[in-house]
Write a protein that binds this ligand. Structure first.
Ligand code: HDE
Length: 683
């Protein structure tokens, strides 16, 4: 691993600002928090060798008291997450649409911090559970912090924030026995879904492979809500924000996701952390969909309804910049855990709409952050804006800033009326003066009432493989539901979207087929942009598990390595024990994993070389790796003994399985192409 600090980009001001707060213990004497040097940190002060311990031991008291307070409440949703620093670069000025400073100039770079998360699991949950993933970005702009707090799915379960606690209570482990952890395959979740038709479209999304991503690096991000962009002239456009991963959108398959939970419960954070350490910086392009104010009612869905997406075929996506994550945190608690992301943090040039779900969020985030992190959470290094904040907020628990001066009020004479408000034409934030009219009511807007068209649009857009995975996911999830009526009610909801799907699920989970009378959506349109089959396929950063033993074929390995390096593939050498192996040319390589510490689940492809002295055990373990890779549709290559072993179990010539006893350049190229394809669904 290389030292990532050498790669810190100059322009990353936020990182430079954070450095002021770093405390490096290396090579320093140990002290108390009051900076008194400590002579003994292992023995409590006691009266005599075997006597009672003394309360006056301030060193012991400080150590234990601090330890006793180490945990803070975890987030009540999105508790498990992982973050990284980076930079956002604007492609071209968006001044025709927005005054937002970070979008004014081509090439302008803005420091960012991103936290990826899973919704349901607690802080210790395994990371490959089926769940929506959070994708939350803090932009530290020159004109204040802008947070884009999104998910990896473009729509949401509910239309009004008042239902959020119900959704989350249904989704979290059931309160009587706290089972199951971090997943939706249980009665209360499906009871909620079956009882809330507005969740139908989101139900389809969460049953797709989107909820078991391959990596945080291969996930889209969506702001979900409709925001406003406002330009200098005060003209407003409605806007949706999207993040598009440069590596394409890729997922695990269910069998892998379940097993990786055991093989590596930290799968996603490890993947992100390791890739950033290696300099494989994840990149995402920011896209916007924009519609004019006068087009607000031009669509057959309400643009303020968060259970609806804007099909890209109707409203195209415009790429406006790129984010590169280029530095891991120094301390997960101080940065990732204490970061406070809030959709209410907007800057000049961006504003809210009346989307009722967005409005609900505007209250909830800061409210929970005051409770979870404390009154002065905005002064914590990770949350501070680039430029110091100036106002008359004072005091509160754990205030970090020492506010100078006599005056803490506005208006004033004693401090020449400072800090002073800044008018709109001088850079102050002004709210977009949208028209508000109507009576106070508690009701869902009639324009929010079509709950099935977009679920059907999503279903129509899926490839056959994606459809079969959705059926499998429903069969698993509802198969875990104990109450047959809850299963049946969920199946009836599916019938509104696709009757054949509902009938198949009903068969799988042992409930009656849904009544014929349930009207099925008649939408015939599809949106190719929604299918993961239409994404980008690349080889860079994919891992190849290479099974190899003593006296491996040095020349063949050299050629294979050259072709992998060119494609950006990363070999992981797996053998029977750690240490070095010698090849036929007297060269050597260092083993990365053993059959015990490694796992075929963790590699995107497998390349079997083996060696002439491989034992029966070695051969047996290799077979297991091959079979798992095969069952997960992943590419397999084999040369020398490897080719022989693959042939022995009759897998040669199956789709994506390549063997050769005399490998040529063409063979290595074919293996790289197979890696680029990633999965061979036609096996
Ligand atoms: Fe959140 N959500 N949410 N949410 N959400 C939180 O805020 C909430 C919603 C999302 O990495 C909490 O600081 C309500 C939609 C992410 O720190 C909490 C409603 C979307 C994160 C909260 C929603 C999200 C959160 C928990 C319905 C996608 C993690 C701790 C009105 C656009 C951010 C916290 C991070 C976190 C409330 C709906 C995404 C409780 C009331 C829709 C990515 O305040």
């Amino acid at each position: 691993m290389t030292d990532h600090k050498n790669r810190e980009p100059e322009e990353n001001k936020k990182i430079r600002q954070l450095e002021k707060f770093y405390r490096d213990n290396e090579g320093k004497p140990m002290t108390t928090d009051e900076a008194v040097k400590i002579s003994d940190d292992e023995n409590t002060l006691s009266a005599g060798d075997r006597g009672p311990q003394l309360l006056e031991d301030f060193i012991y008291r400080e150590k234990l008291s601090h330890f006793d307070r180490e945990r803070i409440p975890e987030r009540n949703v999105h508790a498990r997450g992982y973050g990284a620093h980076g930079v956002f670069e604007c492609y071209a000025s968006q001044s025709d649409l927005t005054e937002a400073h970070f979008l004014q100039d081509a090439g302008r770079k803005t420091p960012v911090f991103v936290r990826f998360s899973q919704v349901a699991g607690s802080r210790g949950a395994n990371e490959t559970l089926r769940d929506v993933r959070g994708f939350a970005t803090k932009f530290y702009t020159e004109e204040g912090n802008f947070d884009l707090v999104g998910n990896n799915i473009p729509i949401f379960f509910i239309q009004d924030g008042i239902k959020f606690p119900d959704l989350i209570h249904a989704l979290k482990p059931e309160p009587n026995n706290e089972i199951p952890q971090g997943q939706t395959a249980h009665d209360t979740f499906w009871d909620f879904i079956g009882s809330n038709e507005e969740s139908a479209a989101m139900m389809m999304w969460i049953m797709s492979d989107r909820t078991i991503p391959r990596s945080f690096r291969t996930m889209q991000g969506f702001g979900v809500h409709t925001f406003r962009l406002v330009n200098k002239e005060g003209v407003s456009h409605f806007c949706k924000f999207h993040w598009q991963p440069v590596l394409g959108v890729h997922s695990l398959i269910w069998d892998e996701a379940q097993k990786i939970g055991g093989a590596d419960p930290d799968f996603h954070r490890r993947d992100l952390w390791e890739n950033i350490e290696k300099g494989n910086f994840p990149e995402y392009e920011l896209g916007i969909q924009v519609i004019r104010e006068d087009q607000e009612f031009d669509f057959d869905f309400d643009i303020l309804d968060s259970t609806k997406l804007w099909p890209e075929e109707l409203i195209p996506l415009k790429k406006i910049g790129k984010m590169t994550l280029n530095k891991n945190v120094e301390n997960v608690f101080a940065e990732t855990e204490q970061v406070a992301l809030h959709p209410g943090n907007i800057v000049r040039g961006i504003d809210f709409t009346n989307d009722p779900l967005l409005q609900g969020r505007l209250f909830s985030y800061a409210d929970t952050q005051f409770y979870r992190v404390g009154t002065n959470f905005k002064q914590i290094p990770i949350n501070r804006p680039i430029h110091t904040a100036h106002n008359n907020h004072r005091d509160g628990a754990a205030r970090y800033v020492i506010d100078k001066g006599q005056v803490a009020y506005h208006q004033n004479y004693l401090a020449n009326n400072t800090p002073y408000p800044v008018p709109g034409d001088k850079g102050g934030f002004v709210t977009y003066p949208s028209l508000v009219e109507g009576k106070k009511v508690r009701q869902t807007a009639p324009s929010f009432e079509d709950h099935f068209s977009q679920g059907r649009l999503f279903w129509n857009s899926m490839s056959d493989v994606e459809k079969s995975h959705i059926l499998q996911a429903f069969s698993f999830e509802l198969g875990k539901v104990k109450n047959p009526e809850v299963r049946e009610r969920a199946v009836r909801l599916i019938a509104h979207i696709s009757r054949p799907l509902a009938v198949s699920v009903a068969e799988e989970v042992g409930v009656p087929a849904p009544p014929e009378a349930i009207p099925e959506s008649d939408v015939t349109a599809s949106s190719p942009a929604l299918s993961m089959q239409n994404t980008v396929f690349r080889t860079d950063t994919l891992k190849v598990g290479v099974i190899i033993d003593e006296q491996y074929d040095s020349n063949a390995l050299k050629n294979a390595m050259a072709s992998w390096e060119k494609a950006g593939l990363e070999p992981v050498f797996v053998s029977r024990r750690l240490g070095t192996l010698e090849g036929t040319n007297g060269d050597s390589l260092s083993v990365d994993e053993t059959f015990l510490t490694g796992s075929p689940l963790l590699y995107d492809g497998l390349f079997v070389i083996g060696g002439p002295y491989a034992t029966r055990d070695f051969h047996f373990m290799t077979n297991q790796f091959i079979v798992d890779q095969f069952n997960h549709y992943k590419p397999i290559g084999g040369i020398d003994e490897g080719a022989k072993w693959i042939e022995e179990i009759h897998l040669q010539n199956r789709p994506g399985v390549l063997t050769s006893r005399a490998p040529t350049d063409g063979f290595y190229k074919a293996f790289v192409n197979a890696m680029a394809k990633q999965r061979f669904w036609d096996r």
